[in-house]
Design a protein around this ligand. Structure first.
Ligand SMILES: Cc1cc2nc3c(=O)[nH]c(=O)nc-3n(C[C@H](O)[C@H](O)[C@H](O)COP(=O)(O)OP(=O)(O)OC[C@H]3O[C@@H](n4cnc5c(N)ncnc54)[C@H](O)[C@@H]3O)c2cc1C
Length: 110
């Protein structure tokens, strides 16, 4: 405990997000939760089947595959897909992906 710099009270979304940020910064912490699980509000009172453990890389790979399938090759329209998936792109560069609400279809139609 003497190496712990931060005590996080509660493993809800705010506590888990704080823990993720501290992990990223290599700052030691302890997280305490009075319930028997993390995200207890959702797990115990809202969503029976909630799972929180998909890795960013796995999630990212699925999203990249889906984007390729949905949008196809857009390079002839001057649009290149980033090599990284959206989660890694955000965490490494701070850039967010663009959510398409019809623009790609209009570009393809000219
Ligand atoms: C039914 C329902 C459905 C929702 N669905 C969504 C949704 O789909 N999407 C969305 O974005 N938001 C949703 N919300 C809102 C979302 O749940 C809250 O905004 C979010 O949980 C707040 O996170 P938090 O970490 O600040 O607090 P909390 O989730 O309340 O987490 C606080 C944690 O701290 C623990 N704690 C408190 N006091 C102590 C203590 N003294 N010692 C140890 N542990 C302690 C609690 O047990 C709890 O686990 C929903 C809310 C409800 C009620």
């Amino acid at each position: 405990m003497e190496n712990v710099a931060v005590l996080i009270v509660g493993a809800g979304p705010a506590g888990l997000a704080t823990a993720a940020c501290l992990t990223h910064l290599s700052i030691p912490y302890v997280i305490v939760e009075r319930e028997d699980c993390s995200a207890s509000l959702w797990r115990n009172r809202a969503y029976d089947r909630l799972k929180l453990h998909l890795s960013k890389e796995f999630l990212d790979n699925i999203l990249v595959m889906q984007a390729k399938f949905i949008f196809g090759d857009l390079s002839r329209h001057g649009i290149t897909m980033p090599k990284m998936g959206p989660m890694i792109l955000k965490s490494k560069t701070g850039r967010s992906v663009v959510i398409d609400v019809g623009t790609v279809g209009l570009i393809k139609k000219g």
